[in-house]
Write a protein that binds this ligand. Structure first.
Ligand SMILES: Nc1ncnc2c1ncn2[C@@H]1O[C@H](COP(=O)(O)OP(=O)(O)OP(=O)(O)O)[C@@H](O)[C@H]1O
Ligand SMILES: [Mg+2]
Length: 231
C-alpha cells in the first residue's frame, strides 16, 4: 500500500544576508518523510538542523523551494493559515522544555487548547487523558521549578500531544537530561510512536539517541550528507 508523505521538500534553501553577503545555511534538493516514520537528524553545530526544523514546523519560511506538509504546499500560505496548521498538526519539544514558569504543570499542558479556544469541559477531559498518559497526576499543580528535568520534559511532551498532532518536532529533547532520564524520555517517545499515528523528526548530537529513529539523516553544511534506514 502506498503511504502518504508527511513531509516533502523540493529544492529548499534558506539564505541569510550577513554583512551584505548572502549566506546559504540550508540547501536540500529533495527530502521526503513518510507518515509514521521517525527520522533522526544529526550533524555538527551550525550545520542547519534547527533551521530545518523551524521550516518543517512552519515557524520560519524557506528562501526558495517547496515544502509540502501532509501534501499541502505551505509555501504560499498566509501567516494566519500557517499558524492554524501549526496549532492543529504539529507538536514541538525543546531541549530546555520551554515551560512557562508562572503556570502550573496542568496549565502549561492546557495552553495550546486555550489558544485554540476550546471549551473548559473538553480541555479538562484532554488534560485527564494526558496525565493518564504521562503519569505525574500528583504533580498537576506544581510549577516548573518544583519539577525535575525529566518531569518537566514529560509535561512539555504532554503539551505537544494535547492537540493530537500528526507530526512531532523535537530539538535535542534529551540534551538537558542525564542519560538515565534521557533513556526514559526516549522510551516514552517510542511508546507514543508505536501507539499513535505520529511522524517524529528528532534532532540529536548523540548517536545512541539517533539510533532510536527508523532513519538517520546526517546534515553537513546545510546539505544532506547521508540518509540511512535503521534496520
Ligand atoms: N538569523 C540568522 N542570520 C544569519 N545566520 C544565521 C541566522 N540563524 C542561523 N544562522 C546560521 O545558520 C547556520 C545554521 O544554524 P542552526 O541553528 O540551524 O544550526 P544547528 O545545526 O541547529 O546547530 P546547533 O547544533 O549548534 O544547534 C549557522 O551557521 C548559523 O550561524
Ligand atoms: Mg540547533
Amino acid at each position: 500500500m502506498h503511504t502518504k508523505n508527511a513531509i516533502e521538500l523540493h529544492f529548499l534553501t534558506k539564505t541569510y544576508q550577513v554583512g551584505g553577503e548572502p549566506l546559504t545555511v540550508l540547501d536540500i534538493q529533495k527530502m521526503t518523510i513518510a507518515q509514521r516514520e521517525w527520522v533522526s537528524i544529526t550533524g555538527q553545530s551550525g550545520s542547519g538542523k534547527t533551521t530545518l526544523l523551524h521550516i518543517l514546523g512552519c515557524l520560519d519560511l524557506p528562501t526558495a523551494g517547496t515544502y509540502l506538509l501532509n501534501s499541502v504546499d505551505t509555501t504560499h500560505l498566509t501567516p494566519a493559515t500557517l499558524s492554524k496548521i501549526r496549532n492543529s498538526t504539529i507538536g514541538f519539544i525543546f531541549q530546555r522544555f520551554n515551560l512557562l514558569a508562572t503556570l502550573t504543570a496542568a496549565e502549561n499542558i492546557a495552553l495550546p487548547l486555550r489558544y485554540a479556544g476550546l471549551d473548559p469541559q473538553t480541555i479538562a477531559e484532554r488534560l485527564d487523558e494526558m496525565f493518564t498518559l504521562i503519569g505525574l497526576n500528583e504533580r498537576r499543580n506544581h510549577y516548573p521549578h518544583q519539577l525535575s528535568g525529566g518531569q518537566q520534559q514529560r509535561i512539555a511532551i504532554a503539551r505537544a500531544l494535547i492537540i493530537k498532532p500528526s507530526l512531532i518536532l523535537a530539538d535535542e529533547p534529551t540534551g538537558s537530561l542525564d542519560s538515565t532520564t534521557g533513556q526514559e524520555i526516549l522510551k516514552f517517545l517510542k511508546m507514543l510512536h508505536s501507539a499513535y499515528p505520529i511522524t517524529i523528526v528528532l534532532i540529536t548530537h548523540d548517536p545512541d539517541v539517533a539510533a532510536h529513529g527508523t532513519r538517520v539523516v546526517h546534515i553537513k553544511d546545510g546539505r544532506i550528507f547521508s540518509d540511512t534506514a535503521n534496520l
